[in-house]
Design a protein around this ligand. Structure first.
Ligand SMILES: [Zn+2]
Length: 262
């Protein structure tokens, strides 16, 4: 099979997985089953036919409306599908069809679900992060290479992930005078640590905090949000973790050379 064809199949698979992630984002906070019933319109509850459930395309053809009742369908649906396809593409371009690609695709899918649940409801469900920590520890044994020691790195990552964020949370409390982090963020970073090790935790915290600060400042300037407007931290941690998977090792090598450590 040609490289181009494989790439296209990877992206299409990503958008279909994204369609399933939409189901998870909608149903997990409502404690509904994500397996045993097909997609339904949130307004009229009519089952959505397979030909109206094609990632991105169906949304565009139907103009963001339900075929049966004309009710508005959130732009989040095609957005998550496109995002998942794009994430699968960049992971494939970096790792090829390897165990790393498989593990990080599953990990990134969990991060996407966490991101959109946190954005809409300001919660990070334990049913994703706690099994996620176990999955990361198990998967770590598949990933041993020159930069990754496997199980030990994963366990140290869980410990630093939960420990470091508690410290950051206390610092933030000292500066902002209120709680900016929840237990959900701590468990999320422990999950990120189980997949990326302690180096990933450090890159994720620094990258996520920088991005969060920039977005916070822009929101304050543009939308007039005051300092008490708390941004959810989960999406920034998720973005930081994905950044680490793609560029973290290069960034660390670059930084160590910059400060003259190697
Ligand atoms: Zn409807």
């Amino acid at each position: 099979m040609s490289e181009t064809l494989v790439t296209i199949l990877v992206v299409l698979t990503g958008t279909c997985i994204g369609s399933f992630l939409n189901v998870c984002i909608h149903r997990i906070p409502r404690r509904e089953s994500i397996v045993f019933s097909g997609s339904a319109c949130p307004h009229c509850r009519k089952k959505i036919a397979f030909y109206d459930n094609i990632p991105i395309i169906s949304y565009l053809i139907l103009g963001g409306r339900c075929r049966n009742c004309g009710g508005h369908i959130s732009a989040r649906y095609p957005l998550v599908e496109a995002l998942t396809g794009a994430v699968f593409l960049v992971l494939f371009l970096k790792f090829g069809l390897t165990a790393s690609f498989l593990v990080y695709s599953v990990f990134s899918s969990a991060l996407i679900v966490v991101t959109f649940i946190d954005l809409s409801l300001r919660i990070i469900p334990d049913v994703i992060t706690l099994p996620g920590i176990v999955a990361g520890i198990l998967a770590s044994t598949l990933l041993a290479d020159s930069t990754w020691a496997g199980l030990v790195d994963s366990l140290v990552g869980v410990a630093t992930g939960s420990g470091l964020l508690l410290v950051v949370g206390l610092l933030y409390y000292g500066v902002a005078g209120r709680e900016g982090l929840g237990g959900g963020d701590v468990k999320l970073l422990a999950m990120i640590g189980s997949f990326t090790g302690w180096k990933g935790v450090v890159v994720t915290i620094i990258g996520g905090s920088l991005a969060g600060s920039v977005v916070g400042l822009v929101l304050m300037a543009v939308a007039g949000k005051d300092r008490r407007y708390a941004l959810p931290f989960g999406p920034f941690l998720a973005g930081g973790a994905l950044f680490h998977i793609l560029y973290g090792e290069e960034l660390i090598v670059w930084y160590l050379a910059l400060v003259g450590a190697v």
